[in-house]
Design a protein around this ligand. Structure first.
Ligand code: B12
Length: 473
């Protein structure tokens, strides 16, 4: 079959670190590899950087099946627009929508009757099964993990999801399918960037995170040989998107030995991990460090206090945060991360956060506003109190209910928090100090990103998008 896979064109991301991060559609690359292995003809289009219209792409490629990946709930509006464009161009094309956010919360697509199926599970197996059924004209309600539309605009389930994939059977991602867009993929001052996956899922239970709920607490690992082969295919800057890097010490040691033996070295690697894990993994970190000239760790710091960590179900403590920072620095890793700002913050909570950042020199960090992500237990718990159901505001930088402080003061302090980081082009790291770290060819792109990101320190920008009526409870 001819299959078109689509990464939607999301809204211009303007707050937080979003302008600094733009990465490849790795999930679609895995799906493409699985489909190609079954003899299908596949194209991936990244609508964030695609110049052709959807209508033109559909007319040219004439897909029989289109799969759209709705990774973030923010992508819902763009996804629906693409569905309309595809169906208007050729109503006979079968349109399936999948991906993390809609599989976690299909309700976001309710009423979208032009979608032919919502896919709940991993696309490597789901899309192959869908192609097979469509090609052989078998009824779709025999396939598991689909939601199929009814005449009244609802979706009904075809049954429980099948088992999670056995990772050793997953084909490495089809990187060639996105090479045309490669120059657009950036992380901070590193460009172009490749993303890689070594582990899928997370076994922790953080209140704000939707990953463990999507993967039902499972954590699975690609084989060391497959990761090593993929590592050699990636370029010099690599963002490892695993939610919990170094999760399994034995397997991680096997993997790093395999990678070291391959001789491949990178300019920059970014890996995301937890403080308690890093605090107890000094020997493992020492083994990993030689793999790249620059190696940053992105920590979910979340809170400077035990009380704050407990309220987020983080299952860690502040002593571990400090130990992780010490271990990472001792072995030459760059320390980056994120803190969560609760709408319930008082002035003292902000001051506490600033003191912590200053005391431990954590200037390469970001901040997000505590947000109940659709599909999480937390979302269901607070749902009736939410004042905003516009998914474009679920970017972790909008208030979804009234804060404890007056809203103007909340955003003043939130922006002051951001001003204390290296991203303040007029502050800690002047704009021109970024330049030596950027390849000459990319200076224009870097300057544009820096200019765009200065909005995140401007309270008026947030207030302009604040939509909660003054008389709301
Ligand atoms: C990489 C990443 C990013 C990248 C962008 C990636 C991209 N290509 O667009 C960057 C760093 C830019 C980013 C930004 C943000 N992110 Co993000 N991101 C991730 C991360 C860590 C990995 C995604 C990934 O590549 N996974 C690996 C691939 C293999 O899996 P996959 O994409 O899910 O695809 C599989 C299945 O879902 C399925 N599938 C996917 N598409 C389709 C389509 C069809 C048709 C079918 C059948 C199946 C299918 O099959 C695939 C293969 O198995 C996830 C966490 C996670 N584990 O999912 C968070 C995550 C998706 N991000 C999240 C958030 C909150 C954000 C931000 C809002 C954070 C912020 N404050 O800035 C921003 C939003 C940016 C924006 N404006 O859009 C949340 C999303 C919550 C939600 N429900 O919306 C997640 C889940 C993290 C979390 N801990 O909760 N992100």
């Amino acid at each position: 079959m001819r299959v078109l896979l689509v990464k939607p064109r999301h809204l211009a991301a303007h707050f937080g670190l979003a302008p600094f991060f733009s990465t490849e559609p790795l999930g679609l690359e895995y799906i493409s590899a699985a489909l190609c292995a079954h003899g299908h003809q596949v194209r991936i289009v990244d609508m964030c950087f695609e110049r052709r219209s959807m209508a033109r792409i559909v007319r040219r490629f004439r897909p029989e099946l289109v799969g759209i990946s709705c990774l973030h709930i923010l992508d819902v509006a763009a996804t629906l627009r693409h569905v309309e464009d595809i169906k208007r161009t050729d109503a006979s094309v079968f349109v399936a929508v999948g991906g993390h956010s809609v599989a976690s919360f299909p309700e976001a697509l309710e009423g979208a009757h032009r979608i032919d199926a919502i896919c709940m599970g991993e696309g490597e197996s789901g899309m192959v099964a869908l192609c097979d059924a469509l090609q052989n004209r078998r009824p779709l309600d025999e396939l598991p993990s689909l939601l199929l539309p009814t005449d009244d605009g609802r979706f009904v389930s075809t049954g429980e999801a099948r088992e999670w994939l056995e990772m050793n059977h997953v084909h490495p991602p089809d990187r060639a399918a996105v090479e045309a867009y490669r120059k657009h993929y950036v992380c901070l001052n590193y460009m172009p960037v490749w993303t890689m996956e070594t582990t899928r899922g997370c076994r922790h239970r953080c209140k704000f995170c939707s990953v463990w709920q999507f993967y039902k607490g499972s954590c699975r690992y690609h084989s060391a040989q497959n990761v090593s082969a993929d590592f050699q295919r990636t370029g010099k800057n690599v963002f490892v998107i695993d939610d919990l890097f170094w999760a399994n010490p034995e397997r991680s040691e096997e993997l790093v030995r395999e990678l070291l033996a391959s001789g491949e070295r990178k300019n920059w690697i970014l890996a995301q991990s937890r403080v308690d894990l890093v605090a107890r993994s000094a020997d493992l970190l020492r083994l990993w460090r030689p793999l790249a000239k620059n190696f940053d760790i992105f920590f979910g710091f979340e809170s400077p206090t035990r009380k704050g960590l407990d309220s987020l179900h983080k299952g860690s403590d502040v002593a571990k945060t400090l130990e992780a920072v010490r271990v990472a620095r001792e072995y030459g890793f760059g320390v980056t991360g994120n803190f969560i700002v609760d709408p319930d913050f008082s002035e003292e909570n902000f001051f506490e956060l600033w003191e912590f950042i200053e005391a431990h020199q954590l200037f390469r960090v970001g901040f997000t506003i505590l947000t109940p992500l659709p599909g999480t237990e937390y979302f269901e718990q607070v749902r009736k109190h939410l004042k905003v159901m516009d998914w474009s505001q679920y970017d972790l930088h909008h208030l979804l209910w009234k804060p404890r402080l007056p809203v103007e003061r909340f955003f003043e302090l939130y922006c002051e928090t951001w001003r204390r980081t290296v991203l303040n082009a007029a502050g800690r790291k002047k704009w021109w100090q970024w330049l030596p770290q950027v390849d000459l060819r990319h200076i224009g792109q870097m300057a544009r990103i820096l200019i765009r990101s200065q909005q995140l320190m401007n309270p008026r920008a947030y207030l302009a998008e604040y939509s909660i009526p003054a008389d709301a409870e």
